[in-house]
Design a protein around this ligand. Structure first.
Ligand code: GLU
Length: 312
């Protein structure tokens, strides 16, 4: 696995300072806990294939993972269904918002695992039998990706479950199509709790690095998912990870990534590194404003673009 020599010495605090001056965007207000997020929070972390973890200031500040959990739910669903999850869910970009009330025409399947319909379904496909069992399996799986025992913010989980009207609507829509096979409320409960898992930039970067390292956590050495699963997940992050901004993201940053309404972005560059940026103010597509700028700089400075050198 090749490694980026520059990533070992790259000044993450200088990058943080550079992006802190970006003052655009607005903090998500879908639940009170997200509305109260500190707009000045900004942290960046990188994890290399040899397990080196590098972080800026504030990389240990906790936040709820929100949609950055979706690649990992997809991974767990692929493992627990022996790949059959790929028959239950599409993998095409939607060009629509993350919570669009739309399923694949003809099949009634969710369009892809990176939008809410898809994540409601993948969360329902993990092992565990009932809601508690699936919650437990997801927390254990996410902890293995992060290389540490993660916890849930119970207030966020409750608020997501209670206030997620569009998620309830999506779950009922999938029930009506026969594509969701647990009750709509169970599906929302499990997905809401997965969104409420607390991480920090460092933990999320290790999670991204585990995908970038073919499913082996580079810090703990544990194989978390098979390499074929990591490949499938990173591929769908590349095409669908930034919602209807995915095309522009791939063209400019060129790195498989997943955004979230908490302002986190997780990046997975196969064989090179995993990274995470957190900063709550979001642009119109629900992507962290500073996270975008920081990812752009990382891509250029560390030459990460998948389809060609961004240097020279
Ligand atoms: N909890 C959010 C929802 O399902 C996650 C959305 C996101 O992070 O983009 O509405």
């Amino acid at each position: 696995m090749s490694r980026s020599p520059d990533a070992r010495t790259y000044d993450l605090d200088a990058l943080r300072e550079r992006v802190l001056s970006e003052n655009g965007g607005a903090v998500d207000d879908s639940i009170p806990q997200l509305a109260e997020a500190d707009p000045a929070l900004c942290a960046i972390a990188l994890v290399l294939p040899d397990g080196t973890v590098r972080s800026s200031a504030q990389a240990d500040v906790p936040f709820s993972v929100q949609s950055a959990v979706k690649p990992f739910l997809f991974a767990l669903a692929l493992v627990d269904t022996d790949g059959a999850a790929l028959d239950r869910i599409g993998i095409e970009p939607t060009g629509e918002a993350f919570d669009a009330l739309k399923l694949e025409s003809g099949t009634g399947r969710p369009p892809n695992p990176m939008v809410n319909a898809g994540a409601l379904l993948t969360a329902s496909l993990v092992d565990g039998g009932d809601v508690d069992g699936r919650n437990e399996r997801i927390l254990r799986g996410l902890s293995a990706f992060a290389g540490r025992k993660l916890e849930v913010d119970e207030d966020v989980a409750r608020a997501e479950h209670l206030l997620g009207d569009r998620n309830h609507a999506l779950a009922h829509l999938m029930r009506s199509e026969g594509t969701l096979r647990v009750s709509a409320d169970d599906a929302v409960a499990v997905y809401a709790r997965a969104c409420a898992v607390l991480v920090d930039a460092e933990a999320l970067a290790v999670m991204g690095a585990t995908l970038a390292c073919g499913g082996v956590n580079p810090v703990t050495g544990e194989r978390v998912v098979p390499s074929s699963v990591a490949r499938d997940v990173v591929s769908v992050m590349a095409t669908c990870g930034v919602y209807d901004g995915s095309g522009r993201w791939m063209q400019s940053v060129g790195v498989p990534a997943k955004s979230s309404v908490s302002g986190a972005i997780v990046l997975a560059v196969p064989g090179r590194l995993g990274a995470a940026v957190i900063s709550p103010p979001l642009d119109e597509q629900g992507t962290s404003v500073r996270g975008c700028v920081a990812s752009d700089h990382l891509s250029v400075d560390l030459d990460l673009h998948a389809f060609g050198s961004t240097q020279g």
